[in-house]
Write a protein that binds this ligand. Structure first.
Ligand SMILES: C[S@@+](CC[C@H](N)C(=O)[O-])C[C@H]1O[C@@H](n2cnc3c(N)ncnc32)[C@H](O)[C@@H]1O
Length: 450
């Protein structure tokens, strides 16, 4: 953090795909904006689920703002009407920018993490604007070196590694997971002041990293994301027993016992939903840092993918688009919906996705037109993937797209990313390429908070 750095105000609309009005009706209420002075004039009462929002009376001279997605789906706000009213009173909520094109006002607020930073004096209040909204600046934090050896009871792997895993997965065993709190402390050290961090763990094992990061997000309302990769190995003892029963790697009986399927996936599902692998609310509570019942679950979205090997030639011919679809979504920041199919016109630009794909370059004019029209402040486009083997064609299209949107050429670029140990002289699609590994979604598995 540097002195004078801008302070982040969060959108009051809950961003995740599953944050619907119907999930938490008390978080669906009108916020009235005074458009002349750009201020929040009034906070309305929650509207029961069976009441049509259009029947709620307008306020004279004010604009009624609801938590709606770009396509008009009824979502919800991040905090209750009472909490929000008190934030407005304290100057901790404000009207964001006005999206003229879509006639939308955004409402911003200081989330719990930012409010705690004000209390800890990491954020300084420098004044108030004419609407009473706080003016803020970052204070510099004194840097401290971490000690080489940490000796904390919370880092005991026996209690807080295996113990937590048995609460989540009472019917399964996994040797030597790390203590959840040891990983959480390490992550706090590295990304505690980076609420948008992306953490990658290539040897994820039981998935402690994702679990700990989710708790860190809960602590300060952060939006950190993690990508975990693990193999699906079984333990030596299990391998021996399976062989004795006549099974080999690849057999369903063998693979079902592998760490990813048997531990990592069900562990994350249990941690997020608060329901154990045996279908019961989790027993016990988290003991360190934030203490709360494990059955509360964690407010995160999780997707599971299988990495498969794809034929490079098939991918470059475009026949395996659905296999690389998750990869494009991840590359574009894992926000919004995923584009799984390309329509017959040969391109896709969706209101709810942060990226677009041009598959058939002969239709590029209508694609470019859709991109230009699509611009929105609420969910801006960050990436465009253009499928062409011609650098010249790619440059021609790129010239018509606004700067600020990252353009990625497929598939040549994509295949190169996965090239491993390939001599330079063999750089052509064919024998010189290793088959790229791509993630495939596991039967549409998705774990989200109910
Ligand atoms: C030391 S463990 C990680 C433990 C993890 N931090 C936890 O708390 O559960 C390393 C894990 O990496 C996985 N692994 C080993 N070789 C791998 C590979 N080539 N690719 C991906 N994962 C691998 C193993 O399944 C093993 O569980």
């Amino acid at each position: 953090m540097k002195t004078g750095e801008a302070v982040r105000w969060e959108r009051l609309t809950k961003g995740s795909n599953n944050a619907l009005r119907s999930d938490r009706p008390n978080l669906f209420y009108p916020v009235y904006v005074d458009p002349e002075h750009g201020r929040i004039a009034k906070v309305g009462d929650p509207v029961p689920l069976n009441v049509d929002r259009k029947t709620v009376p307008e306020e004279p001279g004010l604009v009624t703002v609801w938590p709606l997605s770009m396509t008009g789906v009824e979502k919800r706000w991040q905090c209750s009407a009472d909490t929000f009213q008190s934030l407005v009173d304290q100057g901790m909520a404000k009207v964001g920018s006005y999206d003229r094109k879509n006639d939308r006002w955004s409402i911003l607020y200081l989330n719990r993490g930012q409010r705690e930073r004000i209390e800890r004096d990491e954020i300084r209040v420098t004044g108030q604007d004419p609407n009473g909204v706080l003016e803020l600046e970052m204070n510099e934090r004194p840097l401290r070196a971490a000690m080489t050896i940490w000796n904390r009871s919370s880092h005991n792997a026996g209690y807080y590694g295996s113990g937590i895993l048995s609460a989540l997965l009472p019917d399964r065993k996994f040797p030597f997971p790390k203590s959840l709190y040891a990983v959480e402390d390490s992550l706090r050290l590295a990304v505690g002041d980076k609420p948008d961090a992306l953490v990658i763990d290539f040897f994820a094992g039981s998935g402690t990293t994702a679990h700990a990061l989710a708790r860190l997000n809960r602590e300060d309302d952060g939006r950190r994301r993690s990508i975990l990769v693990t193999n699906n190995e079984v333990s030596v003892a299990e391998a021996k027993a399976l062989r004795e029963q006549g099974f080999s790697p690849g057999d369903p009986a063998w693979e079902d016992l592998g760490i990813c399927r048997h531990i990592t996936i069900p562990r994350m599902r249990a941690a997020v939903t608060g329901i154990s692998s045996t279908g019961n609310p989790l027993k016990g509570e988290y003991k360190f840092g934030q203490v709360f019942p494990m059955s509360d679950g964690l407010d995160e979205n999780v997707e599971f993918f299988d990495l498969t090997y794809e034929d490079a030639a098939m991918v470059s011919l475009g026949r395996r688009f659905e296999a690389i679809a998750p990869l494009l979504w991840m590359k574009a920041g894992t926000k919004g919906v995923r584009i799984d199919k390309i329509s017959d016109r040969g391109w896709e630009v969706l209101d709810d996705a942060t990226y677009g794909v041009l598959f058939n370059t002969s239709n590029w004019p209508s694609f470019v037109e859709a991109v230009v029209k699509r611009k929105s402040e609420a969910l801006p486009l960050s990436h465009l993937f253009i499928v062409t083997d011609s650098p010249v064609e790619f440059q021609q299209i790129a010239g018509r797209i606004d700067q600020g949107i990252e353009l990625v050429r497929l598939y040549a670029d994509y295949l190169r990313t996965f090239e491993i140990n390939t001599p330079r002289r063999n750089r052509s699609v064919g024998d010189g390429w290793r088959r790229p590994a791509v993630p495939r979604q596991r039967d549409n598995e998705q774990t989200s908070v109910p």
